[in-house]
Ligand binder design. Structure first.
Ligand code: NAP
Ligand code: ZN
Ligand code: ZN
Length: 346
């Protein structure tokens, strides 16, 4: 076993604190990675607080991982020691169900191994990236362009792919009016990709102070959702709304902003069940849809696209010990636009 250290929550009401644990030995197809940066996703906070139920502890969060290969199994061909690599939300899956065969591992119908708060295929618990070392099967490790700023690459592994995948699935691009609801980690990546794909992008935000940032990210328009007049002026306007809001919220005001055949794509995962008036989708043949991260092939495609188009996240680097300062600011909507932990400070 490999001795490792990280920041773990021991139960849903205790704070993250230093914790020593073990990683498995490097198998023939495994890659051992010295973690250098890990992004802070709002899902990390949802899960250590058990917002979604069923959480298992001790829990080490973190699924936006970038680091350097320190050891590779005898059969590993795709990377060498010393190379930068990345790991996202998944570390394994059943590999044989219909979805796994199509590269949609995130929708594995048998046993998906998420990077933390989950189990390996052998049933042992998984531990995430707020740690110094991880050992992952090569099929779930991504290569990254070393031309990019590695701390700013980390958030692509969740925030990036989570918005890239639905934009590709619904073929959002030229001629489409895209609304990005919530300008946080996911939202700011949605603006970058939406603009790169040729859509007209509007940010819908509760924070008027983010307007200049939204425009700097490339957004064409900015709308304050708490301003009734501004909301009224956008009625029936959008083809797509990408909903990245992390807190419980109403849906009806946003369904009113969709044009006929428009689609409201939910990415945010607040804890409470959602309600909305069915008439608000029936009238106008509108759709309410959802999307979960992205599969392994699409995640590599996204990373390659980012390398080709110089797209990375806007990040604020933090020390591990300041994680609760970051969480507090994230909950207040004051994230500009992804906190990333410098793992050298662990
Ligand atoms: P984040 O950085 O905290 O951004 C969320 C944004 O939502 C905030 O910055 C804020 O933007 C807006 N917001 C927050 N509270 C709000 C409220 N009460 N009403 C309206 N808007 C509010 O979070 P994130 O990391 O981007 O994650 C967003 C959500 O997506 C989380 O629930 C997370 O668990 C989920 N998620 C889902 C997937 C998936 O695969 N589907 C993947 C990753 C994360 P404004 O200031 O602009 O209003
Ligand atoms: Zn995430
Ligand atoms: Zn499967």
């Amino acid at each position: 076993m490999i001795q490792a250290k990280g920041y773990a929550a021991q139960d849903k009401s205790s704070e993250l604190a230093p914790w020593n644990f073990h990683r498995r030995e490097v198998g023939p197809h495994d890659i051992q990675i010295a973690i250098r940066y890990c992004g802070v996703c709002h899902s990390d906070l949802h899960q250590i607080r058990d917002d979604w139920g069923g959480a298992t502890f001790p829990m080490i969060p973190g699924h936006e991982i970038v680091g350097i290969v320190t050891n590779a199994g005898t059969h590993v061909k795709k990377v060498q020691a010393g190379q930068w690599v990345a790991v996202g939300n998944m570390v394994d899956s059943c590999r044989i169900c219909d979805n796994c065969r199509q590269g949609l591992e995130q929708y594995c119908t048998t046993h998906i191994s998420f990077t933390y708060n989950s189990t390996e295929q052998n049933g042992l618990p998984t531990y995430g990236g707020y740690s110094n070392i991880i050992v992952v099967h090569e099929d779930f490790v991504f290569t990254v362009s070393e031309k990019l700023d590695m701390s700013a690459v980390a958030p692509l592994l969740c925030a990036g792919i989570t918005v890239y995948s639905p934009l590709r699935h619904w073929k959002v691009g030229e001629g489409h009016r895209l609304a990005v609801l919530g300008l946080g980690g996911l939202g700011h990546m949605a603006v970058k990709f939406g603009v790169a794909f040729g859509a007209e992008v509007t940010v819908l935000s509760t924070s008027p102070a983010k307007e200049a940032d939204a425009k700097a990210l490339g957004a064409h328009r900015f709308l304050v959702t708490r301003d009734a007049e501004q909301m009224k002026s956008a009625a029936g306007y959008f083809d797509f709304i990408l909903d990245t809001v992390s807190a419980d919220h109403a849906f009806d005001p946003y369904l009113a902003l969709l044009r006929t055949n428009g689609t409201h794509i939910v990415l945010g995962l607040p804890s409470e069940p959602a309600t909305f008036r069915l008439g608000n989708i029936v009238f106008g043949r509108k759709s309410m849809a959802g999307s979960l991260i992205g599969g392994i092939p699409e995640t590599q495609e996204m990373l390659d696209y980012c390398a080709g188009h110089h797209i990375v996240a806007d990040v604020e680097l933090i020390d591990m010990k300041n994680i609760y300062v970051a969480f507090d600011r994230m909950v207040k909507g004051d994230v500009r636009y992804r906190f990333v932990i410098d793992m050298a400070t662990l």
